[in-house]
Design a protein around this ligand. Structure first.
Ligand code: NAP
Length: 283
């Protein structure tokens, strides 16, 4: 069900059992929340759903709805796609650190009049016993690594692959970097850096995270403050083991009036929205 451009499902089809047009929904995904929402919407004939992925992972989990992969060509491209496919609702369920696509979604929704629902998971909150160094950027995270003394440490890095080269290129070379990522990290490790790859994809359990940190004698965790439950156990494990964490704050995203925090809330919002005739396309 993968395509590069238009959704694979017929836009003019009316699902069996309903006498109205289905509501056409585009979900900008790449998160566990988007997958959960898609899973719930997939079985409902009153919705015709397309999942859009950027294409960052080579083998994305297949979804039970039409999928398209790759950029739209900025906010104008996304607006064009919404008009062309006569989309009724745009759901921005992208990762908290995917700021560009969220800004594009906001602009495209404003330009087309298509309602926008933002699914934004809250950031993790610091507990009293957390040893966090809170930073704004990956560059600041790399600079913060200088504050952990002169002795070589084992550093668990869970920031994804895209900004890995920037982090490792600026971080102290005396440490050994244990890099967990979905995709291979070859090409993102500058010469002379001691980096070991752990290819894995969440969710991860607390027991597994604690075992990893103990077995690899991790001295520092470097992470984005992604929020959500799927990868939260690493934060809990670091807390339990008393480990310092260098944590990158979430970038700001547009202020969307319809914002929810969970896939269940998104589903409830869509149900209400579906029932309101004034919000249906062309009305
Ligand atoms: P980004 O910086 O906000 O977006 C860069 C460009 O990628 C966008 O301008 C857009 O291209 C395209 N794009 C992003 N998400 C898309 C989507 N869902 N469907 C179609 N095109 C998309 O995003 P990013 O940080 O590179 O993240 C890419 C994707 O990975 C996101 O969908 C996000 O949910 C997921 N993800 C990101 C992170 C992270 O840490 N950043 C972590 C886990 C998952 P055009 O301008 O050409 O439309």
């Amino acid at each position: 069900m993968l395509s590069q451009g238009a959704p694979t499902a017929s836009l003019d089809s009316v699902s069996a059992g309903t006498d109205k047009d289905p509501m056409r929904i585009l979900v900008l995904g790449g998160t566990a929340e988007a997958s959960a929402l898609i899973g719930a919407l997939a079985g409902m004939p009153e919705h015709e759903v397309t999942l859009s992925l950027a294409g960052r992972t080579s083998s994305p989990r297949l979804a039970p709805v039409a999928m398209r992969v790759g950029g739209f060509g900025g906010s104008d491209g996304l607006a064009g796609w919404l008009r062309e496919t006569r989309t009724d609702l745009l759901v921005d369920a992208t990762h908290p650190f995917a700021a560009t696509i969220s800004a594009n979604a906001f602009r495209a929704a404003a330009a087309t009049g298509v309602p926008l629902l933002a699914l934004r998971r809250p950031a993790w909150r610091r507990h009293a016993c957390d040893r966090w160094t809170d930073v704004a950027t990956i560059a600041e995270a790399a600079a913060a690594m200088a504050g952990f003394g002169e002795a070589p440490l084992s550093v668990l890095v869970t920031i994804g692959r895209q900004e890995l080269a920037a982090f490792l290129g600026a971080a102290p070379r005396r440490h050994a970097y244990l890099v967990r990522a979905i995709e291979p990290i070859a090409g993102a490790v500058p010469p002379g850096i001691d980096a070991i790859e752990i290819r894995d994809r969440g969710p991860f359990s607390l027991a597994a995270e604690e075992a990893l940190m103990r077995e690899r004698a991790v001295g520092v965790l470097v992470t984005k403050n992604a929020g959500g439950g799927a990868t939260a156990p690493k934060i809990e494990a670091a807390r339990g083991l008393g480990l310092p964490v260098v944590i990158v704050r979430q970038p700001s995203k547009p202020d969307v009036s319809a914002t929810v925090a969970t896939s269940e809330q998104a589903l409830a919002w869509i149900a209400v929205h579906q029932a309101s005739p004034s919000t249906k396309r062309g009305v």
